[in-house]
Design a protein around this ligand. Structure first.
Ligand code: SAM
Ligand code: SF4
Length: 338
């Protein structure tokens, strides 16, 4: 009999304390690097209900998860999602959960910022690749920049700390590197650049912008600022520098490199209850079956979670893919939530 309260430790002695949960595969944007224009979304019965999501997340919290990031698709377009946040706040109150947060495109923040703060959310990531209205409409296809700006204003007014995540795209937002850094500094927001990943079968991802190596981006940044490397690590693929002149912190997420796997503390749950142990691999465990088969008893679910964590791979496979073509992971970012 396993100890159901023992912390989740994988075979490489990494404690799993961070769960990212995609609560929907739907989105009100169609970012070119993330989705195709005509997406087929999952039928509703495939999705975990909000009650099931609560049970799932609460089980992980009981097993040692201290940080929960809600993502998607766009998490704030899921109906009644606020209720879910409000219910999760009980784990913040009990002290079991240290952080409840989300990654959002910002489109619904004007409405949700204050209630999210009231539910205990303190920091959020907002994805924003450009400050130019026309370019924003091009890259997101369906998004409108003024709406996101109103959302960011509302979030700051509510007291939420914001980190801006920008996907680095050569020929698209290369010329905005300094403008974005200055804009974030002026608004006291952190800024992180993400290297674009070969995700999904989008086919047209080169329509706007191309792969921009973050080491190149860093060199450009160093032309105007003195970069001080920070030791700070989050257990994820982000590295941080401080700009000596402004004190601003800038992050770089390079998911294609292997240099963060050894400290990986996270797993990802999809909106259908699949647990991905590694963003770069296709291996996953179905947690929906043990959840639905035993509606009032969590033991099967706990055992399935432990069995899954025991299979967490040492590192990812982007460059020497086993089950995929040329390192492409065939699922969309909106499926695993990025
Ligand atoms: N809709 C929310 C948003 O955009 O913030 C949450 C989900 S979105 C999939 C999470 C993050 O993944 C966003 O910051 C987005 O820019 C990033 N992303 C999506 N596709 C990507 C790709 N192919 N390469 C790198 N980052 C990607
Ligand atoms: Fe939607 Fe986020 Fe994907 Fe853009 S990156 S299409 S906002 S899920």
């Amino acid at each position: 009999m396993t100890d159901q309260t023992a912390p989740l430790i994988d075979p490489f002695q990494r404690a799993i304390s961070y769960l990212r949960v995609s609560v929907t595969d739907r989105c009100d944007f169609r970012c070119v690097y993330c989705m195709s224009e005509n997406m087929t979304f999952l039928p509703k019965k495939e999705l975990l209900t909000l009650e099931e999501l609560d049970r799932m997340c609460s089980t992980f919290v009981r097993m040692g998860v201290e940080k929960l990031r809600i993502t998607g698709g766009e998490p704030l377009v899921r109906r009644e999602i606020l209720t879910f946040f409000q219910n999760m706040s009980r784990h913040l109150d009990s002290g079991a959960l240290k952080e409840l947060t989300l990654t959002t495109n910002g489109s619904q923040l004007e409405k949700f910022a204050q209630p999210l703060f009231d539910a205990g959310v303190r920091r959020i990531n907002v994805s924003l690749d450009t400050l130019d209205e026309k370019k924003f409409a091009d890259i997101t296809r369906w998004g409108r920049l003024p709406q996101v700006m109103r959302g960011i204003d509302a979030a700051q007014k509510a007291g939420l700390r914001i980190k801006i995540n920008a996907v680095a795209l050569k020929g698209f937002n290369e010329d905005e590197l300094f403008t974005m850094a200055e804009w974030c500094a002026a608004r006291d927001m952190d800024l992180t650049f993400i290297e674009v990943m070969p995700m999904g079968d989008i086919g047209n991802e080169n329509r706007l912008g191309q792969y921009w190596k973050l080491s190149d981006l860093r060199e450009t940044l160093a032309e105007q600022y003195t970069l001080v490397d920070l030791a700070e690590r989050t257990g994820g693929p982000a590295r941080y520098v401080r700009l000596e002149e402004t004190g601003q912190k800038i992050g770089f997420i390079t998911p294609l490199t292997h240099n963060f796997c050894e400290s990986c503390n996270r797993v990802r749950l999809t909106c259908t209850g699949e647990l991905y142990m590694c963003l770069g691999q296709e291996d996953m465990a179905d947690l929906r079956a043990p959840l639905r088969d035993f509606p009032t008893d969590d033991r099967a679910l706990e055992n399935a979670i432990r069995a899954a964590i025991a299979l967490k791979p040492k590192g990812h496979d982007f460059d020497y893919s086993r089950q995929t073509v040329e390192g492409q992971v065939s699922r969309h970012m909106s499926h695993t939530g990025g």
